[in-house]
Design a protein around this ligand. Structure first.
Ligand code: ADP
Ligand code: MG
Length: 305
């Protein structure tokens, strides 16, 4: 995580931001045994788990995006994520049988939401939820709330691929945000966008992956196959008001691919995208035309379709 927070109240506000982030992590992380998500997963097929409003709303949002993306985003992907173990010391290529067995457990329609009681139940034993595709976006939105409540009107926060540019920069101008070049190491940019008060979320195959026999296996899975999503895209960036929407959409458009992804983004008001394909083309939706500058010579700019 990386923050730049400006103003008289910055130090006190930063402490509150860190507190809020730990609070969300303690509720939603699958890696925290006592989290609400871990408790919910442990009760799968048996009973429901009472949740905080935070966790409930993120699960609800995830289900909405599952419907909108034809199941590309699916929070019940956890058994597949656990099987591949990408980014852990257990990462490996599982057998086809292992994958098809675990894939049977993946289905967002088995998430039973009870809004009145803030309770969620998974229908079948061994099913499990992983909010990794969307929780960082929710967190960025909550960080923004904390900052605004503490009279901060200029800040830029980066939760590892989720950037929120709050207000304008200390000189009263747009923020300039670099978009990671998906083909090179961290810190090298493909281009920049200038924004005020916007979330910028990027998903890509360069974040967490391993290479086996020359094949790159990364951490964004296609719920239809149980394998890392194999598409024309190597990175998807979503620019939006709310980071939870940007996070859900960057992951799901990555899985859906260029054509379906562009169509989806263009159908949602206030949401713009920058997609990068394997053959080094950069697609930018019309609403970002004046804000995006391609700076890397490795890539070519595609104007619309
Ligand atoms: P990052 O964590 O790198 O910012 P994403 O927002 O794209 O990236 O989320 C990737 C994470 O989401 C994975 O690590 C995994 O926990 C989870 N995930 C992977 N595939 C899916 C999917 N199809 N639907 C929902 N969550 C997924
Ligand atoms: Mg995401």
């Amino acid at each position: 995580m990386n923050f730049k927070i400006y103003g008289k109240n910055a130090e006190a506000a930063t402490a509150l931001v860190l507190k809020r982030i730990s609070n969300i992590e303690s509720k939603m992380s699958v890696n925290v045994k006592t989290s609400e998500i871990s408790k919910l997963n442990a009760k799968a097929g048996v009973s429901g788990q009472k949740l905080s409003e935070d966790t409930y709303s993120v699960i609800e949002k995830s289900v909405q995006y599952s419907k909108l993306t034809g199941g590309a985003l699916d929070a019940t992907i956890e058994p597949i994520v656990g099987l591949w173990g990408i980014g852990t010391d257990k990462e490996r290529v599982p057998s086809k049988t292992e994958i098809s067995d675990k894939l049977k457990l993946v289905n967002y329609k088995d998430i039973v939401l009870d809004k009145k009681n803030l309770t969620v139940k998974l229908k079948r034993t061994n099913q499990a939820i992983d909010l990794g595709a969307i929780a960082k976006g929710y967190t960025a939105d909550e960080v923004k709330k904390v900052l605004l409540n503490n009279k901060i009107s200029s800040a830029i926060i980066n939760l590892g691929g989720n950037v929120y540019a709050i207000g304008s920069n200390p000189n009263g101008k747009d923020w300039n945000v670099g978009i990671q070049n998906p083909l090179s190491t961290r810190g090298e940019y493909l281009g920049t966008i200038s924004v005020t008060d916007k979330s910028i979320v990027t998903s890509g195959n360069y974040e967490r992956f391993f290479i086996k026999d020359g094949i790159r296996y990364h951490h964004i899975f296609d719920p239809k196959t149980g394998y890392p999503a194999q598409q024309s895209l190597i990175s998807t960036t979503i620019v939006s008001e709310k980071s939870v929407d940007g996070d859900a959409l960057s992951t799901s458009t990555y899985i859906m691919g260029l054509d379906k992804g562009l169509k989806l983004v263009e159908s949602i008001k206030g949401v713009e995208a920058i997609f990068v394909t394997k053959d080094k083309k950069v697609y930018v939706t019309p609403g970002l035309k004046d804000n995006f500058k391609l700076t890397s010579k490795e890539f070519t700019y595609e104007k619309g379709r």
